[in-house]
Design a protein around this ligand. Structure first.
Ligand SMILES: NC(=O)c1ccc[n+]([C@@H]2O[C@H](COP(=O)([O-])OP(=O)(O)OC[C@H]3O[C@@H](n4cnc5c(N)ncnc54)[C@H](O)[C@@H]3O)[C@@H](O)[C@H]2O)c1
Length: 278
């Protein structure tokens, strides 16, 4: 999809980080915006600063892990603007714990926000996008954690591997139908955002995470440092996404050097070697 002006973008997790950068870029492209986030106050504040006319913008509190919230988001976007041309399933959360320390509630929270959100969005947006005129594009934010198995991030890794394979499947199905819907999957490495403080937005129904063991805390500290020192910014991610959408490119892996680790992992699999530690 090359034309963005006067088309409609729906972006989840738009109050912060990569989602906010996507919203800013979409606004600069002259798109109409439907922005969703669980943090209503932060979303409202972020939306105020966007260069977009009031009648071309709507914001909505959404918990993407809840199907009814995604259904209502789709109803609002199609109802308000008559179509959706760019759908960015971007909201995501992480929790750094050794696999055996993650509780069932931790798994449900992370899989709910990172993976079920995309499942819900495909069900509630794609049929209506198929029925509309013209081109559209879906961008799912996964992670290099969808291509690698970083320690102390089991639930996050599983959720992001799920998003990658779901996106690949969706892509091949839409191609087979000759649909005018492109698909891309964004797989960043470390980007300085608020992702390492995801628990700030953990819905009450999942309870609070248990305190980490010393081993998990050490991984958590390392993860926080890696996020903060990420050399590519959220704006770099948004620019990479818009380039990929314009070029109809599926894989978006802006941190080029991480591909060495992905290649090694793929070779381990093909050679049936034991996993090389990351
Ligand atoms: N920052 C990184 O290093 C990095 C790397 C790879 C992938 N990602 C992915 O990028 C995406 C965006 O994360 P970010 O780095 O911008 O982090 P962020 O914490 O800055 O932004 C995430 C946004 O999602 C929102 N959110 C959280 N739970 C939600 C829910 N249940 N419903 C709706 N919104 C919810 C938050 O309020 C926040 O505004 C995520 O999918 C994340 O997994 C981030």
């Amino acid at each position: 999809m090359r034309e963005f002006k006067d088309r409609t973008a729906v972006i989840t997790g738009a109050a912060s980080g990569i989602g906010l950068a996507l919203a800013q870029r979409a606004a600069r492209e002259g798109m109409r915006l439907v922005l969703a986030d669980i943090d209503e106050a932060k979303l409202a504040e972020a939306a105020k600063a966007l260069p977009v006319a009031a009648d071309a913008l709507c914001t909505r509190r959404v918990d993407v892990s809840r199907e009814e919230d995604i259904a209502a988001l789709a109803d609002e976007a199609f109802g308000r603007f008559g179509g959706v041309h760019l759908l960015c399933n971007n909201a995501g959360v992480g929790l750094t714990r050794l696999a055996w320390e993650l509780t069932t509630a931790d798994w449900e929270w992370i899989l709910g926000v990172n993976l079920w959100s995309v499942v819900h969005a495909i069900r509630h947006f794609v049929p209506r996008m198929l029925a509309q005129e013209g081109e559209s594009h879906i961008v799912n934010t996964a992670s290099v954690a969808g291509l690698l198995s970083t320690p102390a991030m089991a639930a996050y890794n599983v959720s992001k591997h799920g998003v990658v394979t779901l996106s690949e499947t969706l892509y091949t199905e839409l191609r087979a139908q000759q649909a005018k819907i492109g698909v891309s999957v964004l797989c960043p490495a470390w980007v300085p955002t608020a992702i390492h403080t995801s628990e700030r937005n953990r819905p009450q129904r999942f309870g609070e995470a248990a305190p980490p063991s010393a081993a998990s805390a050490a991984y958590q500290e390392r993860m926080g440092q890696a996020v903060k020192s990420g050399r590519l910014t959220a704006d770099d991610m948004a620019n990479a996404v818009f380039d990929a959408v314009a070029a109809d490119r599926f894989y978006v892996i802006p941190h080029g050097r991480i591909k060495q680790a992905v290649r090694l992992r793929m070779e381990d699999i093909l050679e049936e070697r034991n996993p090389t530690p990351l």
